[in-house]
Design a protein around this ligand. Structure first.
Ligand SMILES: Nc1nc2c(ncn2[C@@H]2O[C@H](COP(=O)(O)OP(=O)(O)OP(=O)(O)O)[C@@H](O)[C@H]2O)c(=O)[nH]1
Length: 839
């Protein structure tokens, strides 16, 4: 190793040298870094800045530095290590003094001092970090911790005052934005294509995972995709999400959140935005240019860092990215310029652009060559390393190496790796300087959220799980309450009412339209008189018992249950949970469907004996007789009421009678006409359509005629039913049954209803009300995962507001705690910063 002459350097000489030689902020040295990698990065940066001026001095120093690193025992204490570096520095000074080759070059002294001091500073920093486990170097993890905090804040608030800085990538279309981002990540994963494929902001969070070899991406708001290790799949999803914005709109400000975990990426947050366009295409909106500008404008606001991407082969004067950045950051304090496609201009031109004289940016420009070399199919197949960083870096390194006399100049920043480190440093510094402001802002928001939570909810907490459990418990409780509506007497009553209608139909069909009805109950009119009516009764019983009561009574009860479930899921809270309500209804239908046919068969079987014979006891008869009498009385009242309404509408009793008489005369005339036509084939009378009354009244009168006929029959039958002819125990009960079919059929229908209700109770109702709540638990509740429970609870706007505020309050409390602990650590870290300033 050869050391050239240098003046002896000391710790205290550092700031002066740094100030003169580096002319860049040194915050990274005093507060950042902390690892050998970081020290190496600083070295590299120095090498770039000094090599052109100071020649081979740096090489000697780098060798010395490498040796120190290699021989560092890991168990040293901070004090021991400090001592070691002092020794190293003093040996280094002595050596360089001895190595005096009569060259008293002040600049070389400076260079050596800088390099040595940076080495010591960074190493001590690293040393503190490695050896003091109780208090890890805060600032090493500052970016990572603030990125986590940023994600939490973004999940609760999109307002500007709670925003931590992120790096926003802007540039014109095809300037190389995606290529730069992919080079930083080391994978091809961004949407590609000519048809303006970046239509939404892509919020990219890179998470450095040093302890894992795995590289994967996650879309936090699309958890169903899970961890995606295939970057091609990430590219496909991003493309689909972008193209979901129709061409006619082209741009949307709804961001896509993507996180990438890898041991090869730094902790960074980057936002890729649609590229600036000059003119809109034919199928694109006219105001596309304005839309993109507005979107970029929204993102380039403070505190974000702007990564202004400009292609080397396009004049910087025409760069829309630089123009936009200058508007919001005139001094370029938070703008890093990236000159892409350095290989597309001559090295002289490239070097001139990077020297940053025409459009100076405080944070400078970094020149990159990000185009990966094209690989053939054979290369791809044999490529075990899907990571593309190596290939890009190699190409880039070759390019700059081949032109090192132009690019190895102080102040020129080149290469993707330098860019990466620069971004880490800038983001870290920016986040660090935001710490106090953001802590204050979060504290204000947290206090407000805590106050609102107290006022609105009296600090009562809810959880999606407890809400779901409450909803389901309430449903089950209501179900138990309504089960009473399906008790045995109630079901029987419903069935009786169904069968009453059926009895009335049969009576009308078989008896009340029978012209011989007046003779029913009279003695010895014709020889087969008794047989006639006995046969009729048999037919009536048969019609009633064989009318499909099993099927109909089962359907009646099943419909009742369906209506009940629909009613239960109709109002709140299920009005907020349409899917769940549908699912519950579906579940009830499934259970009923399984039970319907078996229940119907069971009921039908139980009714079989009644199809052949029905034994009626006195008590049953009397009850049936009373029942039917009251039913007929009810019908009589109904007919009377209808008749009186018709009278009112037509214009009174007399008028109605007149119309009825008129109708009767018409009917008679019609009959005569028909008879004449039948006999002579000629119609001699006037046409019947010459009407004397309002046609609506004629219709009403026809109705009145029918009602009168029905009333006459009802009166006749009620008088028979009330008479002793319809009393049991006066002789032949079978005859009584024949004379009083209304009472007999009512008794039969009551027996049928009673038996049916017994079987329906056992086969359908009990088993449904047992099974349904269990099915809700097993097929509805247990199916729900955390996300589904959360989604369900949030469907209810009241619960959603409660949960939102609660979550906001909790997250703000969490963030505040994290920020306070970072501030505390930063406070503790201050002596270290002072220490470096003493160099
Ligand atoms: N020669 C060369 N080509 C590059 C470089 N960087 C990017 N390119 C090429 O430039 C073209 C555009 O690059 P992209 O990275 O897609 O540019 P972009 O700004 O993301 O484009 P949009 O998303 O359409 O706005 C591609 O063909 C890249 O391969 C570079 O450093 N050198």
């Amino acid at each position: 190793m050869r050391f050239v002459h240098a003046r002896s350097i000391s710790f205290s000489s550092f700031p002066r040298f740094i100030g003169r030689a580096l002319r860049v902020p040194i915050a990274g040295v005093t507060v950042g870094g902390g690892t050998f990698a970081y020290a190496n990065y600083k070295f590299e940066e120095l090498r770039n800045k000094t090599a052109g001026v100071f020649g081979d001095i740096t090489d000697g120093l780098f060798d010395a530095w490498s040796n120190v690193q290699d021989t560092l025992p890991t168990s040293e204490t901070i004090g021991e290590r400090k001592e070691r570096f002092r020794e190293w520095l003093s040996t280094f000074n002595k050596q360089t003094e001895n190595d005096n080759d009569n060259n008293n070059d002040n600049d070389k002294d400076i260079a050596k001092s800088i390099i040595a001091s940076v080495a010591v500073g960074a190493s001590l920093d690293s040393n503190d970090n490695n050896n003091n486990n109780q208090q890890p170097n805060l600032l090493m993890n500052l970016t990572r911790k603030l990125i986590e905090i940023r994600s939490i804040l973004l999940s609760i608030d999109q307002t500007d005052n709670l925003k931590l800085p992120s790096i926003v990538v802007i540039g014109s279309q095809s300037s190389g934005k995606s290529s730069v981002l992919e080079a930083i990540v080391g994978h091809e994963f961004l949407p590609k294509g000519n048809n303006m494929v970046t239509r939404r902001p892509i919020e990219l969070t890179l998470i450095h995972t040093p302890d894992s070899n795995k590289e994967y991406g996650e879309f936090p708001s699309l958890s169903s995709y899970g961890k995606l290790e295939d970057f091609g799949a990430i590219q496909k999803i991003l493309t689909d999400l972008n193209l979901s914005v129709p061409s006619s709109e082209c741009v949307s400000d709804k961001p896509i959140d993507l996180r990438i975990y890898s041991p090869h990426v730094p902790d960074l947050t980057l936002i890729d935005l649609p590229g600036y366009v000059q003119i809109a295409g034919l199928d694109q909106p006219d105001n596309l240019r304005e839309q993109i500008s507005n979107l970029c404008e929204k993102y380039i606001k403070t505190p974000n860092i702007i990564l202004a991407v400009c292609a080397a082969d396009v004049d910087l004067a025409n760069s829309p990215a630089l123009r936009a950045s200058r508007r919001v950051d005139p001094l370029g304090l938070r703008t890093v310029g990236v000159i892409t496609k350095m290989d597309m201009v001559t090295p002289n031109e490239g070097s001139a652009i990077l020297s940053n004289k025409r459009y100076p940016l405080h944070l400078g420009y970094v020149g990159v060559v990000c185009k990966a070399p094209k690989r053939g199919i054979i290369d791809r197949l044999s490529d075990n390393d899907p990571n593309m960083t190596g290939a890009i870096m190699k190409r880039e390194e070759n390019y700059f190496q081949n032109n090192k006399e132009l690019f190895n100049k102080p102040g020129l920043l080149i290469g993707t790796d330098t860019l990466r480190k620069k971004l880490m440093e800038v983001l870290e510094n920016s986040m660090s300087s935001c710490l106090n402001n953001i802590t204050n802002a979060v504290q204000i928001e947290q206090e407000e959220a805590a106050y609102q939570f107290k006022v609105q909810y009296n600090d009562r907490r809810v959880s999606p799980e407890s809400y779901v459990a409450e909803v389901i418990d309430n449903l089950k409780a209501k179900l138990r309450d309504f089960q009473g509506e399906f008790s045995k007497p109630q079901v029987r009553e419903k069935l009786e009412s169904m069968l009453d209608d059926r009895v009335m139909n049969i009576l009308e069909q078989l008896y009340w339209n029978d012209v011989k009805l007046n003779d029913l109950g009279k003695n010895n009119i014709e020889s087969d008189h008794d047989n006639y009516w006995a046969y009729k009764l048999d037919t009536a019983r048969s019609l009633l018992t064989k009318s499909g009561i099993g099927r109909d009574s089962t359907s009646l009860v099943a419909d009742g249950i369906r209506n009940l479930i629909e009613a239960l899921t109709d109002g709140p809270p299920f009005s907020h949970h349409n899917n769940a309500a549908e699912r519950i209804i579906e579940l009830s239908h499934d259970i009923l469907r399984d039970k319907l046919s078996i229940t119907s068969d069971q009921v039908e079987n139980a009714l079989k004996p009644f199809k052949f014979e029905v034994d009626v006891e006195d008590k049953e008869w009397n009850k049936g007789r009373r029942h039917v009498l009251s039913a007929l009385e009810g019908e009589q009242k109904e007919c009377d009421a209808k008749l009186s309404e018709i009278r009112k509408r037509v214009g009174g009793y007399r008028k109605l009678n007149n119309i009825i008489s008129y109708l009767k005369s018409l009917d008679e005339r019609k009959l005569n006409q028909e008879a004449e036509i039948e006999n002579d084939g000629v119609n001699n009378n006037e046409p019947a359509w010459k009407l004397a009354y309002n046609p609506a009244h004629l219709i009403e009168a026809r109705q009145a005629m029918k009602l009168s006929e029905r009333l006459a029959i009802l009166k006749l039958r009620m008088s028979t039913l009330r008479s002793s002819k319809c009393k049991f125990g006066n002789g032949d009960n079978t005859k009584v049954e024949t004379i009083c079919p209304e009472a007999f059929l009512t008794v039969v229908s009551e027996k049928l209803a009673y038996t049916s209700s017994l079987f329906l109770q056992i086969e359908l109702l009990q088993s449904f009300f047992d099974q349904f709540p269990r099915e809700i638990d097993s097929r509805l509740m247990y199916d729900l995962d955390r996300n589904a429970i959360n989604k369900f609870a949030r469907e209810n706007p009241t619960i959603r507001s409660h949960l939102d505020l609660q979550e906001r309050k909790d997250k703000l409390e969490d963030v505040l705690k994290r920020l306070e602990s970072l501030l505390h650590l930063k406070e503790q870290d201050k002596p270290k910063a002072r220490r470096f300033s003493l160099f």
